[in-house]
Write a protein that binds this ligand. Structure first.
Ligand code: NOJ
Length: 533
C-alpha cells in the first residue's frame, strides 16, 4: 500500500501518509480576546502544547467571514477572516508560527454551499428567475398550481425540507432554492463557470499565504442528480453517519471538481487535499482517492463502530480495502465536531473512558494518517447541555427532536479548578463548561502518568520512533472471542484488543504501553488494548 502518489518505493514518503493531524474546532480551542469564543491568536498561543503532544499538522475549522448560522460552515467571503476569529494578519502569524513549531496547517474549504449573506446569493435574490445571477445557485419553481410545494421531497441534513421559498423582487412568493443544510447555506450550482473560477481563486489565495492543504467539506456533495428527482423516504441518510446511498450525494460529476482541485494544488509542492466523504461503499469511496483527485479521504467507520472486536476489525479491514484499490494512505478518526465523543459513544463514565482509551491505542497503531479531534486526547465526554444553551441549527430545524452537535463542541479545559478552566480571560464561554472537569484539564493531566493525555503522548512518541511502525499492511492473529491482535508484516510490534467480558492471555512480547493496567498475571483485562514488542 505504498501511496501511488509518492511515485514508487524509492521516492520519500509524502508527509501526510503517516501524519498525526489534530483538528482544532476554533470556537472551542483557546480564546485570546476574552469574548468567550476561541480564535486564531488563541490557537497560536497553544502551539507549544501541540508540539509537546507530538502532532504533525493542524486542521482548523472555517474562520471566514460568516453570520455563523452553522458556526462558520456558512461562508460569506471565502477569502477573508471573520473578526470573531481575528484577521488576515493573525492568520499569517498562525501559519508562520505553526511552521516554526514544525507543524503544518490545513484549512477547511466549503465548496458545496455559501452563506445566504454571500454577495452572490444576495444578488441572486434581487435578480429575476432565470437570470445568470440566480443560476449560480439551485433555484426551481415549486410544485402545484401555485408553486407552493417544494420542487422535490428532499430533506435538509439539519431537519425540515431542503428547499426554501423566496419572495421575488416584485414582492410575490416565487421560486425555491436548494439547501442540503440550513436555509442560510444555499447550495451552489456546480454547472456554473463562475463557481469553478471562484473556487480556484480561493485555493490560490490561501496556497499563496502558505497553507499546507485543505479539508474539503461535504466532498461528496457538489454534483446533484439530473432532474433533482423525488426519492423514496429511505433514500436519505442523516448528518451523523446515516445510511448510504443517499440520493442527494455521491454523484459522478463530483469527481470533476476534485480533479480541478488536484490540478491546482499540484502546482504547489507538498500540499494535501483531504475530503470529508460520507460514502460507505468501498468502491464508491475509493473513487475520490484516484491519483488525480484527493490525496486522503476521511473514513468515518471507527466513529460508528460498536465496541466489539469483530465490528472494529471489520471497520479497519474495509478502510484498508477501500484505499488499497487506489494506492492511497488510509485515514483514521475516532471523533470530530459532528459526532459524539468516544467516551460518551462507547458507554459513558469510567467504562466509556476505558473503552475510548483502548480504541485510541488500536487506532494509533494502524498504518496511515490519524486525525485527533481537540479534547479527544483529554478523554473529554460529550456534554449534556441544557436546552437554552443549544446553538446548533439542528436543534431548531428538527423541531427540538435532535439535540445537535453542541455536546461535542464544548471548549477545551486548559487549567485551574473551575469553568472556564483557562479557556478565556472573559466571564463567559460560548457553550457552558461543566463544573466537574478539573481532573480533565491539560494542566491536571500533563503530570499524571495514568492520564489520557499521557497515554496519547506516550503512544505518539512510540509511534514516531519505533521501527515496528514501518510497513503499510496488517496481519491478523487468531484471538479469543471478543478480541483481536494485529501487527504490521515483518514487524515485531503487536496491538491486541479485548472487548470481551473476561481476561485473556496475551500474544508473545513485552508490553510497551497499555490503555489500562494489565492483570497481575500479565493477562489482558476486558475493555483494554496493549502494544507488545
Ligand atoms: C460538514 C461539517 O463538518 C459540518 O459541521 C457542517 O455543518 C456541514 N458539513 C455543512 O457544511
Amino acid at each position: 500500500m505504498q501511496p501511488s502518489q509518492s511515485g514508487g518505493p524509492s521516492t520519500p514518503r509524502l508527509w501526510w501518509s503517516d501524519a498525526i493531524c489534530y483538528q482544532v474546532y476554533i470556537r472551542s480551542f483557546a480564546d485570546s480576546d476574552a469574548d468567550g469564543v476561541g480564535d486564531l491568536d488563541g490557537v497560536r498561543s497553544r502551539l507549544g502544547y501541540l508540539e509537546l503532544l507530538g502532532v504533525d499538522a493542524l486542521w482548523i475549522t472555517p474562520c471566514y467571514p460568516s453570520p455563523m448560522a452553522d458556526h462558520g460552515y456558512d461562508v460569506a467571503d471565502p477569502r477573508d477572516i471573520d473578526p470573531l476569529f481575528g484577521d488576515l494578519a493573525a492568520f499569517d502569524s498562525l501559519v508562520a508560527a505553526s511552521h516554526e513549531h514544525g507543524i503544518r496547517l490545513i484549512i477547511d474549504l466549503v465548496p458545496n454551499h455559501t452563506s445566504d449573506q454571500h454577495e452572490w446569493f444576495q444578488t441572486a435574490l434581487n435578480s429575476a428567475p432565470g437570470s445568470p445571477e440566480r443560476d449560480r445557485y439551485i433555484f426551481r419553481y415549486g410544485q402545484g398550481d401555485d408553486g407552493a410545494a417544494p420542487p422535490n421531497n428532499w430533506p435538509s441534513q439539519f431537519g425540515g425540507p431542503a428547499w426554501t421559498r423566496v419572495t421575488e423582487p416584485h414582492g410575490q412568493p416565487g421560486q425555491w432554492y436548494l439547501h442540503l443544510f440550513a436555509p442560510e447555506q444555499p447550495d451552489l450550482n456546480w454547472s456554473h463557470p463562475d463557481v469553478w473560477a471562484d473556487l480556484e481563486k480561493t485555493l490560490r489565495f490561501w496556497l499563496d499565504r502558505g497553507v499546507d492543504g485543505f479539508r474539503i467539506d461535504v466532498a461528496h456533495g457538489m454534483a446533484k442528480p439530473h432532474g433533482l428527482p423525488t426519492a423514496p423516504p429511505d433514500a436519505f441518510g442523516l448528518l451523523d453517519g446515516g445510511s448510504q446511498p443517499d440520493v442527494r450525494f455521491d454523484h459522478d460529476g463530483v469527481h470533476e471538481v476534485h480533479r480541478m482541485l488536484r490540478s491546482v494544488i499540484n502546482e504547489y509542492p507538498d500540499r494535501v487535499l483531504v475530503g470529508e466523504i460520507w460514502v460507505s461503499d468501498d468502491d464508491r469511496f475509493s473513487r475520490y482517492l484516484r491519483s488525480d483527485e484527493l490525496h486522503l479521504g476521511f473514513n468515518f467507520r471507527l466513529t460508528t463502530a460498536k465496541f466489539e472486536a469483530d465490528e472494529i476489525r471489520a471497520s479497519i479491514e474495509h478502510s484498508l480495502e477501500a484505499v488499497s484499490r487506489v494506492g492511497a494512505p488510509p485515514t483514521w478518526t475516532l471523533s470530530n465536531h459532528d459526532v459524539a465523543r468516544p467516551v460518551t459513544r462507547l458507554g459513558g463514565g469510567e467504562l466509556g473512558l476505558r473503552r475510548a482509551r483502548a480504541l485510541a491505542l488500536v487506532e494509533l497503531g494502524l498504518p496511515g494518517t490519524i486525525f485527533v479531534y481537540n479534547g479527544e486526547e483529554l478523554g473529554l465526554p460529550s456534554v449534556d447541555l441544557p436546552d437554552e444553551a443549544l446553538q446548533d441549527p439542528v436543534w431548531e430545524r428538527s423541531g427540538h427532536t435532535r439535540r445537535g452537535r453542541d455536546a461535542h463542541r464544548v471548549p477545551v479545559p486548559w487549567e485551574g479548578s473551575a469553568p472556564d478552566y483557562g479557556f478565556t480571560d472573559g466571564n463567559t464561554t460560548w457553550l457552558p463548561m461543566p463544573d466537574t472537569w478539573q481532573g480533565l484539564t491539560v494542566e491536571a493531566q500533563l503530570e499524571d502518568a495514568r492520564s489520557t493525555l499521557s497515554l496519547y503522548r506516550h503512544a505518539l512518541e512510540i509511534r514516531r520512533g519505533h521501527p515496528g511502525f514501518a510497513g503499510d499492511e496488517l496481519e491478523w492473529y487468531g484471538a479469543p472471542d471478543g478480541c483481536f491482535a494485529y501487527r504490521r508484516p515483518g514487524s515485531t510490534l503487536v496491538c491486541a484488543l479485548n472487548t470481551s467480558s473476561v481476561t485473556v492471555p496475551l500474544p508473545p512480547g513485552d508490553p510497551l504501553i497499555a490503555s489500562a493496567p494489565l492483570a497481575e498475571d500479565g493477562q489482558l483485562p476486558p475493555d483494554t488494548a496493549v502494544w507488545l514488542a
